[in-house]
Design a protein around this ligand. Sequence first.
Ligand code: BTX
Length: 328
Amino acid sequence: MKDRILELLKTNQDSFISGQRISLELGVSRAAIWKYINALKDEGYEFESSSKIGYRLTSVPDLLTQEEVADKIKNNRIGKSIIHFNTIDSTNIKAKELAANGAEDGTVIISEEQTAGKGRLGRHWISPKNKGIWMSIILRPHINPMYASRVTLIGAAAVFKAVESQGIRTLIKWPNDIVLNGKKVCGILTEMSAELNRIHYLVIGIGINANVDDIDFPEEIKTSATSLKIESGHPIDRKSLTAEILNNFEILYDKFLSDSSIKDSVAICRENSVLLGKEIRIINNGKETEAKALDINDDGELVVVHPDGTTGVVFSGEVSMRGLYGYV
Ligand code: BTX
């Protein structure tokens, strides 16, 4: 009911709506309306109200709640249900817990802040309050677990397209980073629970430094991390960007489910890659090798040429590049 009252007030933001009208339209008592309005106030919504003329919504909070993002989502599944937190340890941890307890395919967990945001290999992801998009998508694809990592490239392509729609051109660092002016602006962490030939669920965690300020980054990552706001010089509409990512994600993900192909996502990652043509270092299982990045093939693998002239593919792992994140 709270959602419906809010919707009614949002569609009539230019005028007051009387308590009587809300009561009649939604079949709710005047006392209950007052209770819901107070609950909305607690969430950061502001109203003008008068016992004679009713209520008018004057300001909405900059929060990534279901109420604030849902009207921009065009999807059938991804993001139809958004579970929002003000603070949490990690949206990936929460998503895995909910998925293990039966949460539906497409459920999205968003938090305004993470106190123990996770990067890959146990690393930490800085997630300051109200300044980024820290979210995880629960997926239940009927695919062979060996193809699960392809979802990371779908995520990267979806983030690229969404950020581009806001007028900012980023580059994709295969397989899981988005960079802007040589610094990391987004990271993706895909986790899985599976048997040998069946996936229970996948969780794709996306962290985007939307409005993060320089001061929020600890000293050790100041030279390697940036935000869309820092680079573009203007604040980012986090609600639209969140919805755009989820909208783009569903289009690319549905394509993948229909024919197991990630060609469209790969094309986006290839055309906007920061790595291709560059000398790189590959770190896999603690072993470091040098190579030149040639291509991303249609299966999403990185094609490289080794110093001895032989070519090979890299399925996963750490890749670093001269001049990016200060690597020399
Ligand atoms: P990664 O291991 O590639 O990157 C982590 C490294 O990046 C850190 O060790 C640090 O050097 C640097 N770093 C930490 N925080 C930031 C930041 N905010 N911006 C730029 N660089 C940073 C990448 O891992 C995957 C990150 C996924 C984060 C999302 S947020 C929502 C979801 N929930 C969760 O716990 N993780 C994911």
